[in-house]
Ligand binder design. Structure first.
Ligand code: SF4
Ligand code: SF4
Length: 458
């Protein structure tokens, strides 16, 4: 007797059906003519009975398909196997430990981007030198508490507001971090990132950033029209030329150039222009696309589908040119390696701390202005991330643990999007990030058919 797993899902591209287990992630492609026989296993059925239903010239093919479906756990001997599979992944959740630290160096910014979720609410100004150093000590202390995880890669992100508004502190942090790495207080594999609007970059700053291997991501949304539509200086003047100058400075300094591209309506409306700016003008080597935070309802109805399609189409070009697009690569890696991707952001999993300018410490940088989910501060020497209720809750926030995700084909590759978006849109971090669901499901379907196409051309 064999049963169809409850994690089995099917995609149709006539004359082929892709059979797929959302946790095992190993597609099996079958002719649609044989698909009804596979559906017959839904409530349990005998292989011999199904084989007896096909013409003799098809029996061997069906037998091979059944074997492949068994290997992919799409057909299982016992429905209890499904329970065991999901329990295995659930047991991996709930172990908060920070691999990532955000330093919100200031909540001030010289830009007033229309979709910014910081928007200078409750400004607390620039982080002081004392708080920055205590924040680093806090991070070092937390990561040293688990010697097994200490040597795994750690990431420190310099963020704002605009982080370069507080260059003095950032400059000092870079020196201190180098010292901490040399002294074994931070692992050798500590990666430094900065997300900046690029307008305050100078050759001197770029030299220092390069010297300290800081991966800089400059925010740009496309050409001058797409970028200036949503990003302006505090006095309302356009910003595009100064952003481009920032890219040029990084290029002249010999740095890898990254971009953070928020997909506004204006950027997705002209695919070719946006791609030309990113690839040919800015010469980026890596990129992260951001979906617009939609709480203010400023996007068109079909935005989610169009943005998801934009990311897939862009990825097809990026992979030929060796450009790394983070958002889709995370899913592609999960799919190719058949490794469940439980969390799509550092906050989920309880794997991130955020140091606010005033020294408060939380889990998600999106909530910095309202200081929600900020249970402690840099002066708290007794903070225990393993027992803290906020980090415990976020460490469980994964599709693996969310009832609405259990029947979703994208369960294994998704990671659950952005809980901050879910909360501002739906009222809870446990709700779905619906923009992201569209992206995850469309990406999965594309990955499944792309794999078949690649198999057929080799
Ligand atoms: S929940 Fe959203 S805003 Fe917060 S850290 Fe994750 S991706 Fe960023
Ligand atoms: S968050 Fe959305 S796409 Fe991801 S598994 Fe849940 S329902 Fe599917």
């Amino acid at each position: 007797m064999l049963y169809l797993s409850r994690y089995a899902c099917f995609f149709n591209r006539s004359p082929t059906i892709a059979c797929y287990h959302s946790l095992r992630m190993m597609p099996v492609y079958i002719p649609e003519t044989l698909f009804p026989l596979i559906k017959n296993f839904e409530s349990g059925n005998c292989v011999e009975v199904q084989i007896s239903l096909v013409d003799s010239d098809k029996k061997e093919e069906l037998l091979k398909i059944i074997e492949a479906l068994k290997e992919a756990r799409i057909l299982i001997k016992d429905p209890a196997e499904d329970e065991k599979a999901i329990d295995y992944f659930k047991n991996l959740l709930g172990k908060p430990y920070p691999h990532l630290a955000y330093f919100i160096l200031t909540d001030e910014c010289n830009f007033r981007c229309k979709y910014c979720f910081v928007k200078n609410q409750n400004p607390s100004g620039k982080m002081t030198m004392d708080i920055a150093m205590k924040g680093l000590d806090f991070f070092c202390k937390l990561i040293q508490e688990d010697s097994k995880q200490f040597d795994l890669e750690k990431t420190i992100v310099f963020y704002g507001g605009e982080p370069l508004v507080n260059w003095t502190v950032l400059n000092a942090l870079l020196d201190k971090i180098r010292l901490l790495i040399e002294n074994g207080k931070l692992p050798k594999k500590t990666t430094l990132n900065m997300v900046t609007n690029g307008s305050l970059l100078t050759y001197e700053i770029a030299k220092k950033l390069k010297n300290h291997n800081v991966q800089v991501s400059i925010s740009i949304d496309g050409d001058d029209s797409a970028t200036n539509t949503n990003r302006v200086y505090a006095n309302g003047m356009p910003v595009y030329q100064d952003i481009k100058r920032g890219f040029q400075i990084c290029k002249d300094a010999g740095m890898n150039i990254g971009a953070s591209c928020t997909l506004s309506e204006a950027s997705i409306s002209d695919f070719d222009k946006t791609m030309h700016v990113l690839l040919d003008e800015c010469e980026i080597t890596n990129l992260g696309f951001n979906l617009i935070i939609t709480g203010d309802g400023k996007t068109n109805k079909e935005y989610n589908e169009r943005a998801a399609k934009f990311i897939i189409d862009a990825f097809k070009i990026f992979r030929k040119k060796g450009v790394y697009e983070d958002r889709i690569m995370r899913k592609a890696n999960a799919f190719v390696n058949r490794t469940v991707w439980p969390f799509d952001c550092g906050a989920t999993g309880g794997n991130q701390i955020v140091v606010a300018p005033d020294g408060d410490i939380g889990v998600c940088h999106g909530f910095t202005p309202q200081k929600k989910y900020f249970p402690t501060n840099v002066y708290d020497n007794n903070f225990d991330i393993k027992t803290d209720a906020t980090f415990a809750e976020w460490s469980m926030r994964s599709p693996i643990n969310m009832p609405e995700c259990q029947n979703c084909p994208a369960l294994g590759i998704c990671g659950g999007g952005c809980p901050f978006q879910a909360e501002i849109e739906e009222g809870s971090i446990w709700a779905l990030d619906k923009r992201f669901c569209v992206h995850a499901k469309m990406t999965l379907e594309w990955l499944i058919w792309d794999l078949l196409d690649q198999m057929q051309t080799t």
